[in-house]
Design a protein around this ligand. Structure first.
Ligand code: ATP
Ligand code: MG
Length: 330
């Protein structure tokens, strides 16, 4: 039996380079050897966008287009829409009994996001509890492996705590713990260098950006404010251009030489930005071309058939879960 992967993205915007190096690339590489489910997490996206459902719905198709553009293949990967599998919501409700408010408060990723969204004074309960919903996503598919970025590590830890508690309390083995698989770059920063690249923060380079947009963003990247004259020694640490070259430039030896030159002085930001721009344009051109080849009609068919297939798996796990609790009355 093949091992199972479950992962996904919130349809809050188009996917960006952080997604690519954090999770998408691993998914493309592993889709041949694993049974892979990829979820478009519209329910989770609504927890902090409930006033703008139209934005979420539109982005379901954008995210699906991004998946296909980077080489995820519907013949090998099952794509589904979270809201169309109500069993996940049901499982979330049972899991909520197993989690304390104190534990939810300690989740460092949620803490950061509450601060970024200025929710301190009134946190929507749905948003506060989204890691529990995520535990349901992962475990309903009995996932072995979850390819994600660094910000998701606390979610998987919390998921596994819930699994252990559920199996202990209801004396069952029906739920499975999952392992995290981090991408080579598990936290790509945004162009400002301050926080992780994120759809919601407007600091990301999107897979579908035009060549002009990519170039513009590369040239807006934070470098080293003390590196004024070409001859000045520069800092590599915290320099966003080098962070992106680390993630995307293949020739690591040449990159090490460029870093040494920059630190010595005599290497200009413009030269480096041109090199990064060229590297990213080469990566993104084929994705952009592939992206254009799919109609919304094709995407709908792929998502419908994937969701139908995924729901069967979720229904079977829910049958076991109800039986473990004793809710199998009839
Ligand atoms: P939002 O701002 O709406 O939360 P996001 O950009 O954080 O959007 P998500 O849909 O929350 O994207 O994340 C999807 C996946 O991509 C997760 O596995 C997450 O860890 C990974 N990911 C997101 N941003 C980055 C990043 N900057 N670097 C590496 N991985 C990332
Ligand atoms: Mg996020």
């Amino acid at each position: 039996m093949k091992k199972v992967i479950l992962t996904g993205d919130r349809p809050t915007g188009k996917l960006h380079l952080g997604h690519y190096v954090g999770s998408l690339l691993n998914r493309v590489l592993l889709q041949d050897t694993y049974t892979q489910f990829v979820m478009i997490a519209d329910v989770q996206a609504l927890t902090d966008n409930f006033e703008h459902p139209q934005k979420i719905i539109e982005n379901v198709y954008e995210v699906a287009r991004d998946y296909l553009s980077v080489g995820l293949d519907p013949q090998k990967t099952t794509f589904f829409i979270q809201s169309q599998i109500p069993e996940i919501t049901e499982l979330t409700l049972y899991y909520l009994n197993l989690v304390t408010l104190g534990r939810l408060e300690r989740n460092p990723t949620v803490k950061t996001e509450i601060h970024q969204k200025k929710y301190e004074d009134s946190i929507p309960a749905g948003f506060f509890c989204y890691p529990v919903n995520q535990a349901a996503d992962i475990t309903i598919f009995k996932a072995d492996l979850v390819p994600v970025g660094q910000d998701q590590v606390p979610m998987i830890e919390q998921t596994n705590e819930i699994v252990r508690k559920f199996n202990r309390i209801y004396d069952t083995t029906c739920l499975k713990e999952a392992k995290v698989l981090l991408g080579d770059t598990s936290r790509l920063v945004g162009i400002d260098g301050k926080s992780k690249a994120s759809k919601s923060l407007g600091n990301a380079l999107f897979l579908s950006d035009t060549p002009e947009e990519i170039k513009h963003k590369v040239f807006a990247m934070f470098t080293d404010p003390m590196h004024i004259r070409l001859s000045d020694p520069g800092h590599v640490e915290g320099n966003v251009v080098f962070t992106y070259l680390d993630a995307f430039y293949k020739d690591k030896e040449e990159l090490a030489a460029l870093k040494a030159h920059y630190e010595r002085g005599g290497l200009g930001d413009t030269t480096l930005k041109n090199l990064l721009n060229e590297t990213l344009q080469n990566l993104l051109a084929p994705f952009r071309e592939k992206r254009e080849s799919f109609q919304t009609k094709d995407l709908k068919e792929i998502l419908f058939s994937g969701t139908t297939q995924a729901r069967k798996v979720a229904q079977e796990t829910m049958r076991e879960v109800r039986e473990a609790i004793g809710l199998n009355y009839f």
